[in-house]
Ligand binder design. Structure first.
Ligand code: ADP
Ligand code: GN1
Ligand code: MG
Length: 359
């Protein structure tokens, strides 16, 4: 739904903001929530209309965010700072929408493309450090905000349903992409099987570790805050590692149309692995280490089939800017997986080397 400026000013007036609001403008590159930057004559804020079709239980979602941010603050870490409503709540339902406000974390950068390996090593370090923090967190306190989020076989079933329905008749235009996901079906259960039989530990994980969900200091380049805390739930470390690799170990944007520009970079893979493993040291199990390289393939295939399913269903989940946007995204994911497959020996050697040197 489009919100007029007047409606947005009205929404903002429900929150305890310091200063008088000057402007409210669309902001950022998230695919899920509708995000605005609120400028006042005092501090700046992020105003978000949360996506209630994806996160239907707003009260428990916000409870999770409150719990996690309070625990981070107690450890002296910079994190999202919820600005309460004028009646002291963490969010407000206004005209059928669910809204929240965060303080704008100033003087930071976030990236949609890795500019150099050092930035990605720092991202790995930050998500590794975050994984350490989450390991001290009692999973029973947290609500599962999206069921089956990284259950790849479940995602594949959803993909096949979208394909069978083919409601918009789009399948004919993307047969090679469909075939790619069908032909990899025997690979999707590896991590879920491991979680089920106990050979992979169930941890608390972030689950949405793409690079633009970290804010880095604009001067020092050090990671300041991990954001987008909506999907923190029980999961596997392999989800967080693999999803970062999917997005960041690429030489191009997630939605690059020119596939000649899209390559999987083993230098970037190494940089991220160095950062991530250096923070986690002893806690990565042998089986997790063995699967770190493949987790990049798995999470890239999972996300790619989600993009393609959404394309087939008429772009109802991810925010899109043009009709083939999800198809374009799905194609970059396929290109990356093909190169990851070709370079599997290299990524295995990198993980072995990094595990050995950070012992
Ligand atoms: P989505 O779930 O749609 O991805 P995010 O919570 O990740 O939404 O927010 C979208 C973008 O807004 C982020 O990628 C980041 O650039 C920016 N953003 C979100 N919260 C803050 C904040 N507190 N301070 C500064 N920027 C923020
Ligand atoms: C979404 O919210 P955002 O834009 O950070 C999605 C992730 C996908 C990602 C692909 C809740 O992340 O799972 O990997 O898009 N988040 C949700 O870019 O579905
Ligand atoms: Mg985000």
């Amino acid at each position: 739904m489009n919100n007029t400026n007047e409606a947005l000013f009205d929404v903002a007036s429900h929150f305890a903001l310091e200063g008088t609001v000057d402007s409210i403008e669309p902001y950022g590159d998230g695919h899920i929530n509708t995000t605005y930057l609120v400028t006042t004559d005092g501090p700046r804020y992020i105003l978000q209309r949360m996506n209630t079709s994806i996160f239907p239980d707003t009260a428990n979602l916000m409870r999770n965010v409150e719990l996690v941010t309070a625990a981070l603050k107690a450890r002296g870490k910079e994190t999202l700072d919820i600005v309460p409503t004028t009646s002291g709540a963490t969010w407000a339902e206004i005209d059928g929408g669910a809204w929240r406000v965060y303080r704008f974390i100033e003087h930071t950068m976030s990236y949609n493309l890795v500019p150099n390996p050092n930035v990605f090593r720092e991202a790995g370090r930050a998500f590794g450090d975050f994984q350490n923090f989450l390991s001290g967190f009692d999973a029973n306190q947290l609500t599962e905000t999206i069921a089956h989020f990284h259950d790849t076989p479940h995602r594949f079933e959803d993909f096949k349903k979208a394909l069978a329905a083919d409601e918009l008749g789009r399948a004919a235009a993307c047969q090679p992409e469909i075939d790619f996901y069908l032909s990899h079906a025997d690979q999707y259960a590896v991590v879920m099987d491991g979680l089920r039989d106990g050979s992979i530990p169930l941890r608390v994980t972030h689950n949405d570790t793409k690079l633009n969900n970290i804010l880095m200091d604009a001067t020092t380049g050090k990671a300041r805050a991990i954001i987008d805390l909506d999907t923190i739930m029980p999961g596997s470390m392999l989800f967080d590692f693999g999803d970062s690799i999917r997005f960041g170990a690429s030489t191009a944007l997630e939605d690059e149309r020119d596939l000649d520009k899209v390559h999987f970079s083993t230098d970037l893979f190494r940089a991220y692995t160095e950062g991530f493993v250096s923070e986690l040291r002893g806690s990565v199990t042998e089986r997790e280490a063995e699967l770190l390289p493949f987790s990049g393939n798995l999470l890239t295939m999972e996300c790619g089939m989600r993009f393609l399913a959404d394309y087939l269903e008429g772009d109802v989940y991810f925010a899109t800017k043009y009709p083939e946007h999800n198809l374009v995204r799905s194609r970059t994911q396929i290109k990356l997986v093909r190169e990851m497959e070709q370079r599997a020996d290299e990524t295995r050697a990198i993980v072995a080397d990094v595990m050995e040197t950070t012992k």
